[in-house]
Design a protein around this ligand. Structure first.
Ligand code: GCB
Length: 597
C-alpha cells in the first residue's frame, strides 16, 4: 500500500492532457442573496453546526413525502451555462453581487486503483465546494485554478456537486471593492474531473536553466512522498532521455546538458519562430505530454534580452472579456490574440488578473510574449496579513499553472498602488517570494509617476526591486495638453528597461469629429499619435502596452450615449469594430519591428 495523503490539495498542472471528463454545460442554480442555504435563521453556518440539515442547499435535499417541508429544489431551478458569467446570461443577474448556488449531477465509475479530482479553472470570487453533501473545501480568488480530491466521496451514480459562489466585493479581498472592470460572478472557467493513478505526476518544471542556455533543468513532483521512484523526462526531437529518481519528498530534480550532446540542435522559442517541443514525463504508472518552448529572458542595463538579443515589446493590454461578457473559450482567446497579432504585437499584457489557460497556451503557439498579473490593484488593504496571504496564494497558483510557458516573461505584482510603507513592504515581500518560486522570469509592477516642474519622474521606490520599470500615463486624457504632449520630458534614476504599461483615451466607435472633440475616433487617433511621439523619447524605453485592445464593461463608466457601462478606451469596440487609433499603433509597430528585428 502506498503511503499517500488521501486529501492532497496540491494543484494539478497541464490538466488538458490528463484523463479528463468535462462537467461543463448546464448547471442548476439558486440565487441566494440572504445566504439562506448556508446559514440557519440564527446565522449559524450549516456545514459547521448542522451539516446534514435538509435546509442546507449543498445537501440537495428532496422531500421524502408530501407533508415534508423543503423550501428549495435544484432540479426545478433554472440553469446557467458553465463556464460563463451569470451577469450576461440572465437579465435579472446583470448587477447581482452575492451568492449563487450551482449544482451539477453526474455519474462516475471509478476503478479501485484510481483517484479522482474535481478541477475548477476559476470561480469568481469565493467558492465553497461540496460533493454529495460533504464539504471539499473553500477557494478564494476569482482568476486562478484549484482542485479537490473526491476519490472517497464519488459514487458510481447520482453524484451532486454543489458550489456556493459568492462575488460580493470586500475591502480586504484581492481585488478590493473598487476596480475599473466588471465584477462578473460565476463559475467562469471550465470544470473537469481528472482521473489519476494512485501515484501520479502532480507537477513539473522543464525550462532552460537560469543563466545557462545550454542546459534544461527543473523538477518532477509526484502526488505522494515516495522515494526512489523512477521518472524519465524525454524530448524525442532532441534525442533527450533523462532518467531520475525521486527523493523522500517524492520530488526529483534534474539537469540535462544540451551542449554535451552533439546530435542536439536546440531551436530557441522566439516571437518569430515559437518552437515548442513535445516533452514526455514518464513514470511506471503514467505518461504526461506537454509542448514546451525554451528561451532565455533577462535584462542588461536598459535592454530586455530574449535569447540574448535586445527586443522592443510591441504590446497591447487585454482584459479577459469578449463582446461584453467574460471570455471563456479557446475561440474567444484566439480572437483576442489574433487581433493583437494583426496590430503587429509581439507582446500582450494580460490585465489585471490571471487570464484563462487558453490565453497563455495560445500565446505560446502564436509567438506572443506575455505579462501576467495578479489583481493587487489600486487600494488593496496593504496592512492586512490575510490580504497579503491571499495575493501570495493567487500568485502561487498562476505561477504553478504557467511556469512551463515560454511566452510568459513577466510576473507583475501590482497595478497603480498608492505609495506607503505598508505597500512597499507588501510588494517587496511578494517580489522576494516570486523570485524564490521562479527565478527565471522578470518581475515588474505597473507604477504611477509624479511630476516636478513639468517633468515626469519615474522613481517609485519599488523600482529598486523590479527588473522592468513599468508605468501608466494618461497624457491628453486625464490631464496634460495633447498639442504639447510630444515635448513632455521624463526622467528616471533607474538604469533598467522602461515600458509604458498603459496609455490611452476613449472613443466611441463610429463617432466622428475634430481631433479636439472628446469621445470621437479622431480624438483617440490624435492622442495615440502624440503619445507615441513622446514615448519614443523616454529614456530606456523598451516597450509599450497601450490601454486597451477592446472596449470592456465597467460600472464606473456611465455616460449615456457614449459609455453606457463600457470603458471605451478600446482600439476595437465591444462589437469587434476597429477604431482609427488601431491603425496608428499598427504603423508605429511596423517601424519598431524594422528598428529592432
Ligand atoms: C488605469 C487603470 C485601468 C483603467 C484605466 C482607465 O490606469 O490601470 O485599470 O481601466 O486606467 O481607463 O482609466
Amino acid at each position: 500500500m502506498l503511503p499517500f495523503a488521501l486529501f492532497s490539495q496540491g494543484l494539478l498542472t497541464n490538466t488538458g492532457t490528463r484523463n479528463i471528463t468535462s462537467l461543463d454545460g448546464k448547471w442548476n442554480y439558486i440565487v441566494d442573496p440572504y445566504e439562506n442555504g448556508y446559514y440557519n435563521f440564527h446565522s449559524e453556518v450549516f456545514d459547521q453546526k448542522n451539516p446534514t440539515s435538509t435546509s442546507a442547499f449543498y445537501n440537495n435535499y428532496h422531500a421524502k413525502n408530501k407533508s415534508e417541508l423543503v423550501e428549495y429544489d435544484f432540479d426545478k431551478s433554472p440553469t446557467l451555462v458553465v463556464p460563463g458569467d451569470w451577469n450576461t446570461q440572465k437579465e435579472n443577474l446583470f448587477y447581482y453581487e452575492g451568492t449563487v448556488w450551482y449544482k451539477k449531477s453526474f455519474d462516475y465509475k471509478l476503478d479501485e486503483n484510481k483517484r479522482l479530482f474535481v478541477y475548477f479553472g476559476a470561480v469568481n470570487y469565493k467558492a465553497d465546494v461540496y460533493l454529495n453533501g460533504t464539504k471539499l473545501g473553500v477557494h478564494e480568488g476569482g482568476f486562478t485554478p484549484f482542485n479537490f480530491e473526491i476519490t472517497s466521496t464519488v459514487k458510481p451514480q447520482g453524484n451532486y456537486l454543489v458550489v456556493k459562489v459568492d462575488n460580493k466585493r470586500r475591502i480586504d479581498a484581492v481585488p478590493t471593492v473598487n476596480t475599473d472592470w466588471w465584477n462578473y460572478g460565476g463559475i467562469t472557467r471550465d470544470v473537469t474531473l481528472i482521473e489519476e493513478p494512485v501515484l501520479f505526476i502532480q507537477d513539473y518544471q522543464v525550462q532552460l536553466k537560469k543563466g545557462d542556455n545550454t542546459a534544461i533543468a527543473g523538477y518532477v513532483s509526484l502526488s505522494n512522498e515516495v522515494q526512489n521512484e523512477k521518472i524519465t523526462i524525454s524530448i524525442p526531437e532532441l534525442k533527450i532521455e533523462k532518467e531520475v529518481q525521486t527523493s523522500v519528498d517524492g520530488k526529483a530534480q534534474f539537469e540535462i546538458d544540451i551542449a554535451s550532446n552533439t546530435q542536439n540542435d536546440l531551436k530557441y522559442w522566439s516571437t518569430e519562430s515559437p518552437k515548442l517541443y513535445e516533452v514526455f514525463i514518464n513514470t511506471s504508472h503514467q505518461t504526461l505530454k506537454d509542448n514546451i518552448g525554451f528561451r532565455t529572458i533577462e535584462t542588461k542595463g536598459s535592454d530586455i534580452l530574449l535569447n540574448g538579443k535586445s527586443i522592443y515589446l510591441r504590446g497591447i493590454s487585454i482584459h479577459e472579456e469578449y463582446k461584453g461578457h467574460r471570455a471563456t473559450s479557446e475561440s474567444d482567446a484566439l480572437t483576442l490574440l489574433t487581433w493583437a497579432k494583426e496590430l503587429g504585437c509581439n507582446y500582450v499584457r494580460l490585465a489585471h488578473y490571471p487570464h484563462n489557460e487558453y490565453m497563455v497556451r495560445l500565446a505560446d503557439k502564436m509567438g506572443l510574449l506575455v505579462w501576467e498579473e495578479i489583481p493587487v490593484y489600486w487600494t488593496i488593504d496593504f496592512k492586512n496579513e490575510a490580504t497579503y496571504n491571499n495575493a501570495k496564494n493567487q500568485l502561487t497558483e498562476v505561477i504553478t499553472r504557467d511556469k512551463n510557458r515560454a511566452c510568459v516573461i513577466i510576473w507583475s505584482m501590482a497595478n497603480e498602488t498608492p505609495l506607503s510603507e505598508a505597500r512597499n513592504t507588501f510588494l517587496t515581500n511578494l517580489i522576494n517570494y516570486t523570485r524564490k518560486l521562479d527565478d527565471s522570469r522578470l518581475i515588474s509592477a505597473a507604477q504611477l509617476t509624479r511630476n516636478e516642474n513639468g517633468i515626469g519622474i519615474i522613481d517609485d521606490k519599488i523600482g529598486e526591486y523590479v527588473d522592468i520599470i513599468a508605468f501608466n500615463e494618461y497624457m491628453g486624457w486625464y490631464g496634460g495638453d495633447l498639442a504639447t504632449t510630444p515635448d513632455a520630458k521624463w526622467t528616471t534614476p533607474y538604469n533598467k528597461p522602461i515600458v509604458v504599461s498603459e496609455f490611452g483615451g476613449s472613443a466611441k466607435q463610429g463617432l466622428h469629429g475634430n481631433k479636439d472633440e472628446r469621445w470621437t475616433e479622431e480624438y483617440q487617433e490624435y492622442l495615440y499619435q502624440q503619445n507615441l511621439l513622446m514615448i519614443d523619447k523616454i529614456p530606456n524605453i523598451r516597450g509599450v502596452s497601450p490601454w486597451i485592445l477592446t472596449d470592456f464593461r465597467s460600472p464606473r463608466r456611465v455616460l449615456p450615449g457614449i459609455q453606457d457601462g463600457f470603458n471605451r478606451k478600446g482600439l476595437i469596440s465591444d462589437k469587434g469594430k476597429k477604431k482609427k487609433a488601431f491603425f496608428v499603433l499598427q504603423d508605429f509597430y511596423k517601424k519598431k519591428k524594422l528598428q529592432f528585428d
